[in-house]
Unconditional design. Structure first.
Length: 83
């Protein structure tokens, strides 16, 4: 197991608090947890790309980062009445 894989696993463990907040938090806290989870997932994909030497994971990480931002904006639009 390489250092890249261990770093990816450590970051994946950081998604657990984000998931708990997304399930039980207030609307604004859910939005922040969603955005943080998108960033962490993109970083995990970059680490996996480096660990396995696959360029496709870099492309997926960039696409995920852009789509996570767009998804956060849509989510904020729909919950703006509670914020």
């Amino acid at each position: 197991m390489s250092a890249w894989m261990m770093a990816a696993i450590a970051l994946l463990l950081g998604l657990v608090p984000c998931a708990l907040v997304c399930l039980k938090g207030a609307a604004i806290h859910r939005l922040v947890a969603y955005e943080l989870a998108g960033i962490v997932e993109a970083l995990v994909l970059v680490l996996l790309a480096e660990a396995f030497q696959r360029d496709v994971f870099f492309d997926v990480a960039v696409a995920l980062a852009f789509l996570s931002l767009a998804g956060g904006l849509v989510f904020a639009h729909f919950i703006e009445r509670w914020i």
